[in-house]
Structures are given as C-alpha cells and as structure tokens.
Write a protein that binds this ligand. Sequence first.
Ligand SMILES: Cc1cc2nc3c(=O)[nH]c(=O)nc-3n(C[C@H](O)[C@H](O)[C@H](O)COP(=O)(O)OP(=O)(O)OC[C@H]3O[C@@H](n4cnc5c(N)ncnc54)[C@H](O)[C@@H]3O)c2cc1C
Length: 408
Amino acid sequence: MAAIDPRERFDAVMIGGGIIGSAVAMGLAERGLRVAIADVDLSGRLSSSEKNAGGVRATWWQPVNVALCRASIAYYESIRDEVGFRQKGYLWLYDEATWPQACAHLEMQRSFGHRIATLTPAEVARRVPEIDRLDAIAGATFSPADGLINPNLLKEHYRARARAAGAQFLDRTLVHAAIVDAGEVRLQCWQAAAPLSDAGLTRLMTEDGPGAAEPGRLFELRASAVAITTGAWSDNAQRIFGLRNYSEAIRRQICLADNRAASFAAYGMIVDTSGVYFHNEGVHILAGYSPPDTPPGHHFTYDGEAFFIDQVWPRMYARMSCCERMRHVTGWAGLYEVSPDRSAIIGRAAPRIFEAHSFSGRGVMQSYGAGQALANLIARGEWGAFDAAALTRERFADNRLVFEELHI
Ligand SMILES: Cc1cc2nc3c(=O)[nH]c(=O)nc-3n(C[C@H](O)[C@H](O)[C@H](O)COP(=O)(O)OP(=O)(O)OC[C@H]3O[C@@H](n4cnc5c(N)ncnc54)[C@H](O)[C@@H]3O)c2cc1C
C-alpha cells in the first residue's frame, strides 16, 4: 500500500469505503477531483454492503426516494451483466391494513414512469402458483423493472471506476479525530501495520481511538472537503466533527434455506403480508425477516437455525405449503442504519463536511443516485440532475420529515 505524502492535500476524502463511499468516490474522481477513501477494513467485515439482500426497487412513498432509485435502476440497467442485475420484479402482498396505503402511492410512483400493476389474490396465485394459501391477502403489486443485484459486484464496479479516475483507497485506516479550520480539514488517522484480527477490529470500533493492542502508525490526511460515508458507524464519525447523530444501528438477519420442493428462480423478490421476504439465491432461497422489536446496537450475532425456525419458516409455510420441508442452511446478521423517518441523510453537514448515510435498508438500491448527488454537491455546489435536497439533516430541526413506512 503506497504511503501518503504528508504534504499531499486531497480535494475530498471519504471516511468509509462501503458501497456509498465507493459510489461518491467514483462520482468525485470522474469529475476531476483528487480523492482518497479511508476505510478501517475494505474487505467489508463491518460493512452492511457485504451483508444485504440485494433488493432493488423504486416503489417508495416519497418522491425523492423514488427518484434516486429510478436514477440508480437506469444506471444498473446499463451495466446489468457486470453487476448481476436481474429485473424479475418485486411482488408485494398486502393485507387489509396496508393495501389502502400501497394504493395511495401508486399514482406518484407511476408519475416517475415506474410500471406497477395491481393484482387480486387470484391473480397472485396465477402468477406464482407456489403461493397456494391466500388468506389475509387484500391485494398485491408487481413492479417488473425492480429486481435483484449483486451488491459486491456493484461496489467493486464503483471502486474500479474510482481507481481508474485516480482515487486512492487506504485500507486498514481508521479516522479517529479531525481538526477543521477555515482552509482545510486535517483527519487524524491510524493505519494498522497488518490485517486486523476480528477482535482487534471490534475493539477499534467500540473503544474510543486507535487500538493500542495491534501495531500501526498515526498520520494525517489533509482535504478541502470530507464525506461521512460510514454506514451504521456514522454515530462515531459524526462525533469526530461535533455533529448531532439522529440515527441508530439495528441488527437485521438473513438466512439461506434449502427447498427441494420448489424453486423461485423464475421470480424476483417476493414480500409477504407477514413481512418475510425471499428470493432465489443460486441453488438456495434467501429469506429475511425484521422483528419490529429488535433493539438498536452494533450486534452481529446471527441467531442461527433458531432465526429460521422461529421467524422465517412459520411465515413462509403459512403462505406456501411447498415450504413444509424447507431446511436451514446458513445465515448472517448485518446492520441497518435507521434514521427517524427511515430516509437517508445526504448533504452538507457543516462547512467542508458532507455526509451520505442512514440509508435505512436502501443503500444498495440508491447508491448510484446518491453517489452522483453528493459528488455534484461537493464538486459543483449544486445537486444537478440528482436532487436530494429533501434529505439534508436540516429536515429534522425544521420538521420536514421524509417518512417511509414500507421497508424491509
Ligand atoms: C440484512 C440486510 C439486508 C439488506 N437488504 C438490502 C436490500 O435488499 N437492498 C438495499 O438497497 N439495501 C439493503 N440493505 C442495506 C444496505 O446494505 C446498506 O444501506 C448499505 O450497504 C450501506 O452502505 P454504506 O456504504 O453506507 O455502509 P457500509 O457498507 O457499512 O460501509 C461503511 C464503511 O465505513 C467504514 N468505517 C466506519 N467507520 C469508520 C472510520 N471511523 N474510519 C474508517 N472507516 C470507517 C466501515 O469499515 C465500512 O466499510 C440491507 C442491509 C442488511 C443488514
């Protein structure tokens, strides 16, 4: 890894090189800025971008979220083979309570050119014959341009383009303090001499400052502008700059299951009235469920087979008898970074300090649009074609919430 010359000054530094930091870095480097990305672990052990379900959709309640997803989908279509983008649609089943809410947003969603069909329960059964128990389904939507993507390929795509445009990625590099003055930001960094152990990484993130237990070096990164793209760790990063944190990290679990009685390969994402969501993933079924009472915190422990048995299987079997003999294979836990209104926080946080975090389960599907939006704001001082002005942090103080209810 090439050492940074202490006299070097970057136009912009991203703190965090997950899918969002990589997308912003690509946007900035391709606008001609000198860019560096500091990440404590670029391999992604702390990163949500490595642990998500790969769902991409534009069926949101808020125009700004629909717009960012539509812009991103258009880009993913242009690189579909490289990033494994499969537009097999989202089939979303609603019960009596949620169906009127879904219908209330259709016109706005369609006004963006997003195709969405409504289905009766009988039409659901015709479209997906595996769904043979229709109880509690009041209606459904099917949006054919939505689908599934390989988030790791997408992140690597952003990184490759950022590197090709001159961006420098600094691995094993924790940003732990900063000095902001009128002319520049001086980020205080600690770089581990060798790849960190899992325990070392956890200590670094949960205790204040660089870990004394593993060898490393302290250095400074100088920049005209900084972007906080630290995902579920944004609380720490905001504290460095004295910024108020609004969001919290919440554990979300996903499992892979084996079901020889049925394949869902012909379909995209299916979301049940119960909240369980699933799609085919290679030879397995990937399924997730987010218990509403999950407490906040940086917990990565996967509950194992108990998660499948208690949360996923009963909901899937209640909807589809073909899931009777479905078996747990493996699974994992990652973190959502959830804001008070479940929309991302994007914009200028303070002089020279920018941010894009708290995507509330939407970071992959909005990454291209959000990356371009913030790159325009940092490089040109305006949103340009990617207007995310509704998502700045001022909305919390001004009570202009951008509330999203339906999210997984
Ligand atoms: C189970 C699950 C399912 C999901 N499903 C979907 C889905 O279907 N579709 C979708 O769009 N989204 C989904 N998401 C959400 C999505 O994964 C996230 O919104 C997205 O990955 C956030 O990306 P990010 O770059 O902001 O954060 P991350 O990927 O978490 O990256 C943040 C990076 O910052 C680094 N970092 C943190 N602090 C510091 C510091 N001080 N110094 C240096 N580096 C630092 C970390 O090492 C990390 O690499 C899901 C998430 C989970 C957990």
